[in-house]
Design a protein around this ligand. Structure first.
Ligand SMILES: [Zn+2]
Length: 266
């Protein structure tokens, strides 16, 4: 029992035992959408799932890996074939219901591991919904926010801002490492927004001061935003190992975190 970590493989008595162990439920959330001419539609599911799996696998007594959520919010990508878009409120409610079910069974710590930039505001709300309306606490982490700054400084070759946004140097490197057979590097093309701005841009290393997302086809010819030609599998390995190491620490800290009693000051 102790080495089992995939939620869907548990029996119900084993789930009851996992609750008693105060395990953290780790839910990878991606999206199915175009990622330029060189990366597969499943990119954001793969990154979130593989990093989560690698982390939970190393600490199976402390966490449970949930089946991944594939479909999410990405209406701004619909001009490119393949994108499956879920309306924002549907997506929030769906994630909230998963978390509430886990809380109902007794789990008290839930971590959403996010693989898609535009999921951030929706998952933030879903995590708050779960925390506010159940006995559990729920947190959300986009995997790229766990890439150490020093490692980006060392490895990044594309310009900031803009070189690491979508199907970019970062994502393509990670895909090359995780499943290189799905990457068509001969089709990878640098594609940067024509309009330069101090306040309106997209980059995974740091968000722009102004939050703003318009239809992708208005500023990207290829469906890429950034410079995937700078991607390598070796960079991907370094990024993934660093993220997984820190993800384990996030899971452990969330598990150890006390849920303090609320105080009603009426
Ligand atoms: Zn992506």
């Amino acid at each position: 029992m102790s080495e089992k970590y995939r939620y869907e493989e548990f029996t119900w008595p084993e789930i009851r035992e996992a609750v008693a162990q105060n395990r953290v439920c780790v839910l990878p959330v991606g999206t199915v959408e175009q990622h330029g001419p060189h990366l597969p539609l499943v990119t954001d599911v793969l990154t979130a799932t593989e990093m989560s799996r690698a982390a939970v696998q190393q600490i199976p007594e402390e966490a449970v890996l949930m089946p991944s959520v594939y479909y999410a919010f990405n209406e701004h990508h619909l001009d490119f074939p393949g994108t499956i878009a879920v309306e924002g409120n549907t997506f929030i409610n769906y994630i909230t219901d998963i978390g509430k079910s886990l809380a109902h069974h007794g789990f008290r710590k839930i971590l959403l591991v996010n693989g898609h930039g535009s999921n951030v505001p929706f998952l933030d709300i879903a995590a708050r919904n779960i925390t506010n309306h159940s006995e559990a606490v729920c947190a959300m982490v986009p995997w790229w926010s766990l890439v150490p700054k020093a490692l980006l400084n060392e490895l990044r070759e594309s310009e900031f801002p803009g070189g690491m946004a979508h199907g970019c140097e970062l994502e393509t490197s990670v895909l090359l490492h995780l499943c290189g057979h799905l990457v068509q590097m001969d089709k990878a093309e640098k594609d940067m927004p024509v309009q330069k701005s101090e306040f309106f841009y997209w980059d995974l290393q740091a968000p722009s001061p102004v939050f703003f997302q318009e239809f992708f086809s208005r500023y990207s010819r290829t469906g890429t935003s950034g410079d995937p030609t700078k991607a390598t599998a070796e960079k991907g390995r370094r990024f993934v190992e660093a993220v997984v190491e820190r993800l384990i620490r996030v899971i452990r800290e969330l598990r150890a975190r006390e849920i303090e009693p609320r105080v009603d000051h009426h």
